[in-house]
Design a protein around this ligand. Structure first.
Ligand code: FAD
Length: 415
């Protein structure tokens, strides 16, 4: 059997790991120039691995399999270096958050760090490319997929018995093209997470950082929207992420180099109903409007100005970790819908009751931070075209994407 995998990210790696020793001929088409080139993916930035039934995606993935895949990633560091912890296993913390209306999320996590990820990816690639049945094609962006009876063709020569699309979120152009051609594969498309990246001095959250490193909480705000924390980075750095037609903020942390600040995202889940069917367009438009105000840069504002809808002109005690060429001091209220802003403020004010200092006026707020949910796609529609990882709409994390690929690998071995 000859198959193609489009994209070489977490899902592709999970898939290959499961089928690498079979006699299936595997062709991997990856748009990046080579294994060193960066791409928008968490396996190139930060690398926090979560073991949890409560977050990471909408698949039921056995905790033992999740842990087995964590061990796989750690084994590829070559040195076994990582940070680890557990969110809300300590009931005292659980109760403190719970009493103020928050829903604490349980998870174990293992942090590899941005500085180790390149080597990990390289180690994995070196092993796979030495296998006779695996063929890598870099600088090979796929822009179309055609089902032709029993086989599937791509932009490149050759027909495949099966194609696994594993392009993550950065591959949304390809997914859009496939959906245009085969609209029947879409199961659901209504959600987008819009929010901000919050940055504050380490000492305000040091107890939490020490206790659990990553604190994941959800909160039903007074607007009715669910708000949650995402991607906490103790002693971390705020960075920008370029999506081509817009730029957003993100955060990460390194194993060796540390900053004096902690950053995390505060995201509001916007779920709209008919006739709405373009969550990516909605999020992209808000991001573009923010970038337009920021002169193609992201907007930075102090928390008090964010709250009072005033443009920030000067900062006070908290020094941004984002490179100053990448932001402009401004007012996020000019770009974001009021309901989202109010949800975020409600969240921060309540969080301040549990973690005093979170609502200090000079803490920093960056925008836009947007997390797209890919459309949920139907893997039952075609027997020779499958979607794995984040582009399938069913995963949102490294471990869930790896596991999705791994489970699909198991399925093809059973065929
Ligand atoms: C900055 C950042 C930090 C993150 N941090 C974490 C974290 O710490 N922990 C966590 O669990 N999750 C994190 N995530 C989410 C995590 O990265 C993803 O959930 C996971 O990588 C999804 O795996 P995937 O294989 O579906 O996609 P990806 O890992 O994104 O891989 C997709 C691959 O497809 C390639 N590709 C895209 N389009 C095409 C095309 N048309 N043709 C060929 N190749 C293509 C891309 O170059 C990429 O290599 C982060 C995400 C981002 C953006």
């Amino acid at each position: 059997m000859k198959i193609a995998i489009i994209g070489f990210g977490a899902a592709a790696i999970g898939f290959i790991e499961r089928v690498k020793n079979s006699n299936i001929e595997i062709h991997v088409f990856e748009k990046s120039k080579d294994i060193y080139s960066s791409s928008i993916s968490g396996i190139r930035a930060d690398g926090k691995l979560f073991v949890s039934k409560e977050m990471g995606g909408d698949l039921d993935i056995d905790l033992d399999l999740q842990k087995q895949l964590v061990d796989f990633w750690i084994s590829k560091t070559g040195n076994g270096n990582y940070e680890t912890g557990s969110s809300f296993s300590n009931m005292d913390y659980y109760k403190q958050f719970y009493s103020k209306g928050f829903l604490p999320i349980h998870s174990d996590f293992y942090h590899l760090g941005t500085d180790q990820l390149k080597q990990i990816l390289f180690n994995i690639y070196e092993e796979y490319r030495s296998l006779p049945n695996i063929h890598f094609h870099f600088e090979s962006p796929v822009s179309q997929v055609n089902i032709e009876g029993e086989t599937v063709t791509l932009d490149y020569d050759g027909a495949f018995d099966k194609v696994y699309v594993a392009v993550g979120r950065s591959g949304h152009a390809l997914i859009k093209a496939i959906i245009k051609k085969y609209p029947q594969i879409v199961l659901d498309s209504t959600k987008v997470d819009i929010g901000i990246r919050f940055e504050l001095p380490n000492h305000i959250v040091e107890d939490l950082n020490r206790e659990m490193y990553e604190f994941k909480i959800k909160y039903k705000s007074k607007t009715g929207y669910m708000v949650r924390t995402f991607c906490n980075n103790p002693s971390g750095y705020v960075v920008t992420e370029n999506y081509g037609d817009f730029t957003t903020v993100n955060g990460h942390a390194k194993i060796k180099e540390k900053s004096k600040n902690t950053n995390f995202a505060i995201l509001t889940t916007v779920q709209l109903t008919e006739p709405f069917n373009d969550p990516i367009g909605y999020g992209a438009n808000i991001a573009q409007l923010s970038n337009m105000l920021g002169g193609k840069r992201v907007i930075l504002q102090t928390y008090s100005h964010f709250k009072d809808s005033k443009r920030t002109k000067n900062l006070y005690r908290v020094k941004p970790t984002l490179d100053e060429k990448k932001y402009i001091l401004g007012d996020i209220n000019l770009a974001y819908p009021r309901r989202i802003i109010e949800s975020i403020i409600d969240f921060v004010e309540n969080l301040d009751l549990v973690v005093p200092g979170v609502a200090h006026p000079d803490n920093l707020v960056y925008a836009p931070e947007i997390k797209f949910y890919s459309n949920a796609l139907n893997n039952e529609e075609f027997k020779n075209l499958k979607f794995i990882g984040d582009c399938s709409g069913f995963t949102r994390s490294i471990i869930y994407a790896t596991a999705h690929g791994y489970m699909m690998g198991e399925e093809i071995l059973g065929d």
